[in-house]
Design a binder for this molecule. Sequence first.
Ligand code: ATP
Length: 257
Amino acid sequence: MLEVAGIGKDYRVDGRVHTAVDSLSFQVAEGELVCVVGPSGCGKTTLLRMCAGLLAPTRGRALVDGREVDGPPEDTAVVFQEYGRSLFPWMRVGANVELPLKRLHLTRAERRDRVAEALRLVDLEGKERVWPWQLSGGMQQRVAIARAVAFRPRLLLMDEPFAAVDAQTRADLEDLIRDLWSRLGITVVFITHDIDESVYLGQRVLVLSSPPTTLRAEIHIDLGPDRDQLETRSGPAFAKLRGAVWREIQAAKRGGA
Ligand SMILES: Nc1ncnc2c1ncn2[C@@H]1O[C@H](COP(=O)(O)OP(=O)(O)OP(=O)(O)O)[C@@H](O)[C@H]1O
């Protein structure tokens, strides 16, 4: 579904070239949930923006269904960290969720149905007429997720979407994502700096190196499909996997092999 082939990005800063991402290659199969972690500033956001067609790579390419990404691909939705900036404050919740649907050839009634269904899926049923700023941070992020879900993407790219919410809300949102992922059969690439979150959510965790960034390790998360915030996180298998990811990130920070 998603193939990243030798992708890299150089930024030019004050006339000097800074290689943020050297070369990354990996694949994500249809219906997979893959988390990407790495040291701060290793290029996670850069990678996601290249996959989303929001930033042109300097070398290599991303392909969705075998087609090179050279602009936002159809069937792809992105959820960013800053829900406060991704929702339009002058539009009610319903209008925010409906906005990307206007690109699709749907009738007004179909759009309304999709908005209602997406809000129901994120537990905000009937909140169409509310303004975003009347909602808590976690609820606003659920609106952003509803907007992505209403679009019915096959590929959902998420860039540290829960970094700005409190721990309890974060746990609820993690469960929401796993629930939507398993119910809707979408492919999810989830960027996070939180090791525990990556292990709890993912079927696979990709660990990036420090810049110039390459793929340092790939860890399979064999925790099974049913995950529970208390039980899964307190089990020995979780501790072992968390340790494995943690060690890779520490080694990446030191720049060792
Ligand atoms: N537009 C830009 N111009 C110049 N340098 C940039 C730009 N965007 C990112 N960088 C640099 O590229 C590197 C990777 O940044 P990026 O935001 O992709 O990393 P990240 O892993 O998402 O960071 P964090 O963990 O802090 O969220 C950093 O050194 C950053 O300063």
